[in-house]
Design a protein around this ligand. Sequence first.
Ligand code: HEM
Length: 527
Amino acid sequence: MSLKFFKPLFDSFSRPLQEPNIEKNGVFFSYFLGILALLWFLWLFINKSKNGQPPLPPGPKSLPLIGNLHSLEPELHTYFASLSQTYGPICRLWLGKKVGIIITAPALAREVLKEQDTIFANRDVPAAGKEATYGGKDITWTPYGPKWRMLRKVCVRDMLSSSTLDSVYELRRRELRQTINYLYNQKGLSVNIGEQIFLTVLNVITSMLWGGTVKGEERASLGAEFRHVVSEMTELLGTPNLSDFYPGLEWFDLQGVAKKMKVLAKRFDKIFDSRIDQRQKMDRNSDGQENTDFLQVLLKLKDEADAKMPLTITELKALLMDMVVGGTDTTSNTVEFAMAEIMNKPDVLSKLQQELDTVVGKDNIVEESHIQQLPYLYAVMKEALRIHPALPLLVPHCPSETRTVGGYTIPKGSRVFINVWAIQRDPSFWENPTEFHPERFLDNKWDYSGSDFNYFPFGSGRRICAGITMAERMFMYSLASLIHSFDWKLPQGEKLDLTEKFGIVLKKKMPLVAIPTPRLSNPTLYE
Ligand code: HEM
C-alpha cells in the first residue's frame, strides 16, 4: 500500500495550530486513529488468513542473522532446561536460519511422538551424521518411509529380537566371563570401569556382526582406542554446527566438524571393508554350511533383495555403523553412571548384593537366566536411565510438514529437541528428582515401552530405540556380574564425581576409576 494514501492526514497535522483549525484537527485525528486501527485489524486478518497459523513458540530475543547461536551453552540439556523455566514447556530458538524447538512437558512430547508421530518421525540430518553414515544411509538418519522400515526390520528381526538374542547368549556369556576374569587379574588395582564395559559391549556386538572380538594384550589398548573414536563421534554429533544452520555454508565446513568425522568414520569403514571381504571369501570357499553372523545375513539379503527395495553395500555398512556406534557408548555409559551412583550409595550396593546372594549365591556365577528374578537390579537400571538418560534430547526429530503443537506453529524442517532428561527430573512429578532412589521403581509403576511420557529413556513412537532388548540384557547382565563378583572401592584420595558431560550421548565428565576386590567363595568362579 502506497504512503501517498496518508498524505492529506500528514498535511493537516503539519499546518500551524490556528484557533479555527483546532476542531477540524480533532476530527482529523479521530479519523486518523480510526483508519490506523482499521488498517491494523485488516493487516492482522490478512496475515492470519494468509498463514492460517498460530505464532511460533516464545523464546529468547534473537540477533539478526545469527539468531540465538551466540547464547548456546555447551551443556545443551541443562541450558535447554533453564530456557524452559523462563519461556515455558515449549520454546523456540533461532539456530541461524533454522528454527529449533525445545519440548519439556509430557503432554507436548505425546503430541509430537504419538499423536503426530508420522509427521515428526523424520530427522534433520546433521552434516556430522551424513559423514558418519555414508550420507545418512543408516536407520537413524533415513527419513521415515519404506526404506527406513526395511532397514529397521532387517536389524530388529535378524540381530536385535529376543529370539535372535537368546540364540547368541553364549557370545554374551563368553565376553562377560572374559571381562570378569580380566578384572579378577586386576584385583587391588585401579580399573576404568566404563572402558571395560564398553569393550565388553563392543565385543558382543562385533561378534554378533561378524564373529570378531578383541582379546589378550589388545584388550586394554584397542578398547580404549575404539572407545575414544566412538565417544568423539557422538560428541561431534551433538556439537552445534554452522553447516547445519546455514545450509549454504555446509560446503565450507567452517568448524571442521565434517572433516573430523570423516577421519573417525574412515577407521570403522576400513574394518567393515576388510570384514566384508573376508566374509565373502569365506562364503565362496564354504560348502554351504550355515554361518550365523549378521554380516552374512546382510550380504545374503543384499544379493537377494528384490528390485523394489534393494539393500546396497553402502546401506549395509551404514547399518554396521549404527550397531557399533549406536549400541556401545549408550549402553556402557549407562552402566558406568549406574556403578557411580551405586558406589555413592552404600545402602543400594548392599541391597543389590543381598538380592544377588539370595538368587545366585556366592558359590555360583550370574547367568542371564537369573535376571528375571532380580527386581531390585531392574529398579536400579530404570533409575539410572531416569536420572542419566543416554540420549538426553533423544535424536532430534523433524516435521515433514508445518504443524501445530501446544497451540504454537512448528514449521516444516525445524529441529525438535525433546528434553527427556529434564522431563525425567521434573520436581512436579518426581519426588526428590536428583536423588538416586531405585525404590521408586519397585512397584513397576513405570516402564520404558514409550507409552508413559513422564518416563521414556528409549524414546517413543515409530523412532523408539531399535536396540532396547539388547541394551536391557547387556546392562542387567554386566551390572549384575560386576556387583556380584566384586566389592568396589575408590582409589585412595579419589572423590566420586557424578558430573555429566553433554553429547548426543551423555557421558560422565570424569571416568569412573575403581578398585575391585573378589567376593565369591572360590577363585575358579573367575575363570
Ligand atoms: C542404554 C542403552 C540405550 C539407550 C538409552 C538408547 C536410547 C535411544 C534413544 C532415546 C533413541 C532415539 C529415539 C528417538 O529419536 O525418539 C535411540 C535410537 C536408536 N537406537 Fe538406541 N539406545 C540404547 C542402546 C541401543 C543399542 C544397544 C542399539 C543397537 C545395538 C541401539 C540402536 C538404536 C538405533 C538403530 C536407533 C535409531 C532408531 C530410528 O531412528 O529408527 N540403541 N536409542
